[in-house]
Design a protein around this ligand. Structure first.
Ligand SMILES: Cc1cc2nc3c(=O)[nH]c(=O)nc-3n(C[C@H](O)[C@H](O)[C@H](O)COP(=O)(O)O)c2cc1C
Length: 193
């Protein structure tokens, strides 16, 4: 598939089948994340890939509780988010695999740290789409891992405390039909000759 078609067609998916994603696909998706650009070429991120739905749900409930869910606006009608549907318990939508993108804090400004994490996340989503795997980027990672009930997980996984989680990528096979391309708002590009 042409890269531009992958970029256009990828959508945020929040309904997943209880079906594991093959390890080879997860490895390619993580590789795509690791090949994202980084400030000064420092490769300052680490990606944790969780392949355990019970653990993902446990962290996902904490993640959802970190959000103000009564914002009263709609994110998506066909792929409801935790803002749209207050009955969804996990901020990770019961996905079977989850990427946690962590950034080394000491070298970079906070703005660059956030950018580094989310471009890795997008690389992962695009590679996933090309492999037939659905995805959605989820935030609130720092807040999630500050909660006492899961705080110990990062050190249990062997993550150096110098790294902080910034972004999540939910991964799995879509439950239902894949949504169509979302039209873009007008007047969002300016070309200067
Ligand atoms: C930085 C960032 C943070 C996001 N955080 C969340 C999130 O916490 N929960 C969620 O369900 N979707 C999240 N999304 C997904 C967006 O809601 C989604 O991309 C947007 O609604 C547009 O839909 P589309 O990706 O299908 O075009 C996030 C996306 C970005 C880029």
């Amino acid at each position: 598939m042409e890269l531009i078609d992958i970029i256009r067609n990828r959508r945020a998916i929040r309904k997943y089948l209880p079906k594991k994603v093959e390890r080879e696909k997860l490895e390619k998706i993580v590789e795509a994340g690791l090949f994202a650009p980084s400030p000064g070429g420092g490769q300052s991120s680490k990606i944790i890939l969780i392949d355990n739905v019970e653990l993902i749900d446990r962290i996902g409930i904490v993640n959802a509780n970190c959000e103000n869910r009564n914002r009263g606006h709609s994110v998506s009608a066909d792929q409801p988010s935790i803002i749209d549907d207050l009955s969804i318990r996990s901020g990770f939508y019961s996905c079977p695999a989850l990427g946690v993108i962590c950034i080394q804090r000491k070298f970079y400004t906070y703005v660059n740290a956030i950018g580094t994490a989310f471009i890795s996340a997008q690389n992962m989503c695009l590679e996933a789409y090309d492999l037939g795997v659905s995805s959605v980027i989820v935030g609130r990672a720092e807040a999630t891992f500050q909660q006492p009930e899961i705080q110990e997980l990062l050190s249990k996984w062997g993550l150096d405390p110098e790294y902080m989680p910034i972004a999540f990528v939910c991964l799995g096979y879509i439950n239902g039909d894949y949504p169509s391309v979302k039209a873009r708002k007008e007047n969002r590009a300016i070309f200067v000759d």
